[in-house]
Design a binder for this molecule. Structure first.
Ligand SMILES: Cc1cc2nc3c(=O)[nH]c(=O)nc-3n(C[C@H](O)[C@H](O)[C@H](O)COP(=O)(O)OP(=O)(O)OC[C@H]3O[C@@H](n4cnc5c(N)ncnc54)[C@H](O)[C@@H]3O)c2cc1C
Length: 401
């Protein structure tokens, strides 16, 4: 239903929908796609304040995809999503042709082991295998044989996630958005500025020009999810954390077959288009703020020395460009998927704390099923509810990069 309201000279478009979604990164369009694809909702509207995605985490992500987690829900979300990414262009095909090529390269995901992290990572590997993740335990000699540019003297081995890899996050978002649009989802390129509630349940979401009445409002606002919670008068414990990415020109193009490799010191690197290398590292004192300033000096002082120790050839790299993006962090570094216990109709899919690309397809399905059926049926998301924080059931996930 569509009509127009005259409000003090402003024409506000009034829309009735089954579900209003705030956030058009990977999560919002993923939920919208699954809702329509499974016919779990008819009218779905997505608000996105930054339609060029200058600041959304999805467009600024490193795109690493792995299944090496240490809780059943995280493993299930990641495994389902890997299968989905394999078929992405086919599943996201529209009348215009195949969905975008997300460049999913299954080069694997390699955690390097040393004396300090070895026992924890090997324990985790046993657990992952028991949950169906395909992995290999590599000796230092095997690491060296496969990846000769790595210095392995101090290593005790590696855990290699076979089906993992990396992809282009922006294209994932574009695929979900285009497909959702074809399935009838409407995208409003405006900031949601108000959420109306009445007697403990959501009623409507408004932007400057559009008001959507809906019984279900989805908070898919990533690092802004805490702010969106406040619009509805409820607490959603998610804060931004600024993380840096560096793109390096390397002396020789030798890294094309490398997996996303995580060093015991915490930095990670992977091949990037054009024979370059992408790398980054999470620091405890990264700013907890909405800032996107690229910190070039941090690379020189705090990453390059370790990188050049592990990959001696990279002593001669040239730092090209890079960027800063926001992790969307919860108190236990794990996502929130499901209803807000204090506000009926208010659903959350946010706080992926740096692993949203590897979970986005399955997480969107899980939330669509929660909205449509009252529970996730296809993927186990047990334990990722918001109530865990108040009830002291924090997730112990030690595989956070
Ligand atoms: C540097 C970096 C590296 C990363 N590396 C990886 C990786 O290797 N692998 C991996 O899996 N994940 C990685 N991540 C994490 C991953 O990118 C995120 O978990 C994921 O993109 C989150 O998606 P989202 O849709 O929740 O958030 P976003 O993509 O941020 O989307 C939320 C959207 O909501 C919009 N919004 C907010 N408030 C409003 C409002 N009031 N009205 C309208 N719109 C609003 C925002 O504009 C934004 O576009 C990385 C993230 C960063 C920053």
């Amino acid at each position: 239903m569509l009509c127009h309201l005259q409000q003090e000279g402003i024409t506000l478009e009034e829309v009735r929908a089954d579900v209003a979604i705030i956030g058009g990164g990977v999560m919002g369009p993923s939920v919208a796609y699954h809702l329509r694809n499974l016919n779990l909702a008819r009218d779905v509207v997505v608000f996105e304040q930054d339609p060029l995605h200058m600041h959304s985490s999805t467009g600024l992500s490193a795109g690493g995809i792995r299944q090496l987690f240490s809780t059943p829900a995280n493993i299930a979300l990641a495994r389902w999503s890997v299968e989905f990414y394999r078929r992405f262009p086919e599943v996201m095909a529209t009348a215009q042709g195949p969905g975008p090529d997300v460049g999913f390269r299954q080069n694997g995901y390699l955690f390097l082991l040393d004396k300090a992290n070895e026992s924890a990572l090997l324990r985790r590997a046993d657990y992952q295998e028991a949950h169906g993740v395909e992995l290999e335990r590599l000796s230092p000699a095997q690491v060296k044989e496969r990846y000769p540019e790595l210095a392995t003297d101090d290593l005790t081995g590696g855990i290699f996630g076979v089906e993992a890899g990396f992809l282009d996050p922006y294209q994932v978002m574009r695929g979900f958005t285009d497909k959702a649009r074809e399935l009838g989802v409407r995208f409003v390129p405006e900031e949601a500025v108000a959420i109306e509630t009445f007697q403990g349940r959501v009623q409507a979401v408004s932007s400057a020009n559009v008001r959507v009445q809906a019984d279900v409002v989805v908070n898919a606002a990533g690092a802004w999810a805490g702010k969106v919670g406040r619009l509805a008068g409820v607490d959603v414990p998610i804060v931004p954390k600024a993380r840096q990415i560096y793109i390096c020109d390397v002396p020789e193009d030798r890294f094309g077959n490398y997996p996303l490799t995580v060093d015991p010191t915490g930095f990670y690197f992977r091949p990037e288009a054009g024979g370059r290398v992408l790398c980054g590292k999470a620091f405890d004192d990264d700013p907890e703020d909405f800032v996107w300033d690229w910190n070039r000096g941090l690379f020189q002082d705090a990453i390059w020395p370790d990188l050049a120790t592990r990959v001696p050839m990279l002593e001669r790299l040239h730092l090209g460009n890079g960027w800063c993006g926001l992790y969307e962090v919860t108190p236990d570094d794990n996502a929130i998927i499901g209803p807000h216990p204090d506000l009926r109709g208010f659903q959350i899919i946010a706080g992926f704390s740096g692993h949203g690309m590897m979970q986005g397809p399955a997480a969107g399905l899980a939330l669509a099923e929660i909205i449509g059926h009252g529970a996730a049926r296809s993927v186990d998301v047990e334990g990722l509810d918001l109530a865990r924080f108040a009830e002291g059931r924090l997730i112990q996930e030690d595989a956070v990069v």
